[in-house]
Design a protein around this ligand. Structure first.
Ligand code: FAD
Length: 463
């Protein structure tokens, strides 16, 4: 869709906003609209580089006057669909953070990245419930639940730890929300992603943690059965302080890939144990003994080193992905996964991952929120990296992976892991139980009846 905005109107918006306001033929437009997932090429009618809540308010009011949908982008790690014809608000300049060591909280801007918050918290001997990637945006991650790959089973979802937020709603107002102020909106924002406005500031709890026993063990593909057996045995009575996931990897022969892993299939088991190193060592001894390791980095480490556990890609890349929540991961499911994604499988997936959930992730927080499907025990996530524009080519081969594990799937999804193929309104509804979804629609009806915020994981209003 093309939509050309009158230059005089754009000039009036630019006069109100401290950051750049750029139309498609303006210099800097491509850089301002670029997202991390390069599978999407964005063509908004205008992009506003917001520097403050005041800029965001001006942009939202302008969008309302021009009847434009709004797309909020922090890092572009989870961009759900092209923002063609929309008003895009790029929040990347709003990346301030302050830590209150006594209250054990951090207050942050709209686009702070995980590694920035991990470092800021560490200065006060505290930790943030980070996910696997160091450069995902904390606010976008937290609004979608926030599944921490190191602390989730011990502390729950990042969204469970939000104390308050400031949000610019579709009417252009800046609202402070917490359990006592606009509690329905506060409930919905924590799990309902970007459906209710632009979060310009978030205050959340940090945890008193400076170290852990963690890292990754990579095994050769010829040992996949033995490794998955040991993984499943390890989980039989895993304490909540232990989070273990694994991924089947097909890494290319690039200099950035450690030599033993280049151009081959490997199984990467990722370990985070919060107890003493000696205990952790004993807990994973059988897993370590399951097969010779190609690389083993599991050791005592500072919490600031957690990005090394998963080794997620950091550079922008076109990615195509699928996910499913599982109720269980028995031996039959492991065999089905090896069949469809293991060393001998014909699949484009370069990363096929199983994360164990449960523990504190399964419990409701003191102040309930909209995070769905706490009862799932595992998550399957798989994806490939390629050039933009190849979604149709990868759709069926990637769906083959979720189909193979369908007998163990709950039918639910996690909002943060709904990408490209899964961002229709019906697909997004699968991230929530029916009663939670109905309540989210109620809140949407109240705050965004015209669905201004629809370039996202959209929860549509009733009309
Ligand atoms: C490599 C990688 C690893 C990941 N690992 C994990 C993980 O371990 N656990 C996990 O839970 N998720 C994980 N994710 C998913 C990630 O949390 C989501 O994609 C998240 O939405 C990214 O937020 P962002 O701000 O970085 O991205 P963006 O693409 O900028 O934002 C994604 C969406 O979030 C919303 N949004 C972002 N900021 C705001 C804001 N300030 N106000 C309102 N809405 C906003 C918008 O709707 C936007 O469309 C991972 C993603 C990638 C690419």
């Amino acid at each position: 869709m093309t939509y050309v905005i009158d230059r005089a109107d754009l000039g009036r918006l630019a006069a109100e906003v401290a950051g750049p306001v750029l139309a498609p033929d303006d210099k800097g437009y491509d850089a301002e609209t670029a997202t991390w997932n390069e599978a999407l090429v964005e063509h908004p009618a205008v992009v506003v580089g917001a520097t403050s809540a005041a800029d965001v308010r001006a942009a939202v009011r302008f969008a309302a006057a021009q009847h434009l949908p709004v797309s909020a982008v922090a890092t572009g790690h989870g961009a759900p669909m092209p923002a063609d014809g929309a008003l895009m608000i790029n929040l990347k300049r709003m990346d301030g953070v302050s830590v209150d060591a006594d209250a054990r909280t951090a207050t942050m801007g709209a686009a702070i990245r995980a590694e920035q918050l991990v470092s800021a918290a560490a200065e006060a001997d505290l930790a943030f419930l980070a996910g696997s990637s160091p450069n995902v945006g904390v606010v976008g991650y937290t609004l979608g639940g926030g599944l921490s790959s190191t602390l989730g089973r011990s502390y729950g979802w990042a969204a469970d730890h939000v104390r308050s937020a400031e949000i610019v709603t579709p009417d252009g107002e800046l609202r402070r929300i917490d359990p006592d102020h606009e509690p329905d909106l506060f409930w919905a924002v924590r799990g309902g992603k970007g459906n209710f406005g632009v979060v310009t500031s978030l205050t959340m709890d940090l945890e008193p943690l400076t170290r852990l026993y963690g890292g990754g063990i990579y095994f050769g593909g010829e040992h996949v059965e033995a490794v998955l057996d040991a993984y499943r045995r390890l989980l039989d009575d895993a304490p909540e302080e232990l989070t273990v996931s694994f991924a089947f990897l097909r890494l290319p022969a690039l200099p950035s890939v450690p030599e033993p892993l280049r151009d081959r299939f490997s199984v990467h088991v990722r370990i985070a144990y919060l107890g003493p190193a000696a205990e952790g060592e004993a807990i994973i001894a059988d897993l370590r003994a399951a097969a010779p390791a190609l690389v083993d980095s599991v050791a005592e480490m500072p919490f600031t080193g957690i990005a090394a556990i998963h080794q997620d890609p950091v550079d922008p890349v076109p990615a195509y992905e699928v996910s499913a929540l599982l109720g269980d991961f028995p031996a039959e499911a492991a065999a089905a996964l090896i069949d469809v994604a293991g060393p001998d499988a014909d699949t484009p997936s370069v990363m096929t991952e199983i994360r164990q959930l449960g523990g504190a992730l399964a419990r409701e927080p003191d102040v309930p929120n909209a995070v769905g499907h706490r009862d799932a025990s595992f998550q399957l996530f798989a994806g490939t990296f390629s050039e933009p524009g190849r979604e149709e080519e990868f759709r069926a081969p990637l769906a083959a992976l979720t189909d193979a594990l369908a007998p163990w799937a709950t039918g639910g999804k996690q909002a943060n892991f709904l990408t490209g193929y899964d961002t229709t309104v019906d697909a997004v509804a699968k991230a929530y139980e029916p009663d939670v979804y109905r309540r989210l629609v109620d809140v949407k009806d109240e705050y965004d009846p015209d669905n201004m915020f629809r370039i996202n994981h959209n929860i549509a209003p009733r009309h």
